[in-house]
Design a protein around this ligand. Structure first.
Ligand SMILES: NC(=O)c1ccc[n+]([C@@H]2O[C@H](COP(=O)([O-])OP(=O)(O)OC[C@H]3O[C@@H](n4cnc5c(N)ncnc54)[C@H](OP(=O)(O)O)[C@@H]3O)[C@@H](O)[C@H]2O)c1
Length: 310
């Protein structure tokens, strides 16, 4: 298959490209910085400014578009930063959708990444049909998803993947928490009762591949582990795996002082369930946090202990 990945030069793109290449797929990566990309043999790197509807000529018609474009939200949310975060998602998404509708042979599948921040931040479990919240990130996710609306009337199969934070050793959100825990600075953040939804990076890539391959998959899917946990469980599990204490406390007021509105990323509850994936009997490789963190932090200890769960 010919897979076009926009914004694929970052964290998630690197995992996806590796996985798709290993399946023999041809990848075209759209980026604003082609010179910075370490291109693989099965991959073409093409400059795209993230706005222009007319893409440079491509060698073959595209089968699948995966849109990962978006400026990192891990920065203080000043009015200007919010605008940049918003535009960096809406502009590329609108342009890609328009291109899909205008190009001679449009793609069969369009996968739009979104976030579980779409929902209201409560300790009630959120499923795909639940309404959008009213936070900055919820409104952003809603606007981002809405840009794909014109594809509803096309022949392109549209999938919106509402993604939870993806856990990997070398990238946030896990990387800084892991490093501080390993340095004896593991800390409870806020009350600890706030829920944390998450997904292991291998489950993320497996689910995206499944979305590409299975024609019955369309519409919106929560992409997260079926077992969200309170933050206290997350940090205690990580500390135990690292053989370290987690004895510090970062109270909510301190997080709000340090991070401003962005503190909501760690203080608000996110309890999201992948109801549609579970209904489709998807088997998660790392459904539980203990297994996922052990595999990421100490892969040598997890080889014999991972079984597939539904
Ligand atoms: N990582 C997670 O846990 C997670 C969870 C939920 C949702 N998401 C969403 O998934 C997407 C990918 O996440 P990631 O962690 O891979 O992010 P990342 O490492 O920061 O990569 C994001 C990519 O977006 C592109 N980009 C940034 N600003 C842009 C702009 N103004 N116009 C066009 N492209 C722009 C960049 O491509 P170039 O610089 O090469 O052009 C970059 O490669 C993001 O939209 C993120 O919000 C991520």
């Amino acid at each position: 298959m010919h897979i076009l990945i926009a914004g694929g030069s970052g964290f998630l793109g690197s995992y996806l490209i590796k996985k798709c290449s290993s399946h023999g797929d041809q990848i075209t990566l759209l980026t604003r910085n082609p010179t910075k990309i370490d291109a693989q043999p099965s991959m073409k790197v093409v400059y795209w400014d993230g706005k222009t509807v007319k893409l440079p000529p491509l060698e073959k018609p595209v089968d699948v578009v995966i849109n990962l474009c978006g400026l990192s939200i891990a920065r203080r949310w000043s009015a200007q930063a919010k605008k940049q975060i918003h535009n960096s998602r809406i502009e590329p998404s609108k342009a890609l959708v328009k291109w899909c509708l205008e190009v001679e042979k449009g793609p069969k599948t369009f996968i739009q990444i979104s976030g579980i921040d779409y929902y209201d931040m409560t300790t009630m479990a959120c499923k795909e049909n639940d309404p959008a919240g009213n936070t900055f990130l919820a409104r952003l996710a809603k606007d981002w998803e809405a840009t794909t609306k014109p594809l509803d009337k096309s022949n392109t199969r549209l999938i919106i993947a509402r993604l939870a934070p993806v856990l990997a050793k070398t990238h946030p959100p896990l990387q800084p928490i892991l490093l501080s825990t390993q340095c004896f600075l593991g800390a409870m953040i806020g009350p600890g009762s706030q829920y944390f939804s998450w997904i292991h990076h291998e489950d993320f890539t497996t689910i995206i591949i499944k979305m590409i391959k299975e024609q019955s998959i369309r519409g919106t899917y929560n992409v997260c582990s079926p077992y969200p946990i309170p933050y206290a469980t997350f940090i205690k599990t990580l500390a135990t795996i690292c053989h370290r204490p987690a004895w510090l406390t970062m109270p909510s007021w301190l997080m709000k002082t340090l991070l401003g509105e962005m503190a909501s990323l760690v203080l608000d509850s996110r309890k999201v369930l992948p109801e549609k994936l579970l209904a489709a009997e998807h088997k998660f490789k790392y459904p539980e946090i203990q297994q996922a963190l052990t595999q990421i932090v100490k892969p040598e200890c997890s080889k014999n202990s991972t079984n597939n769960h539904s």
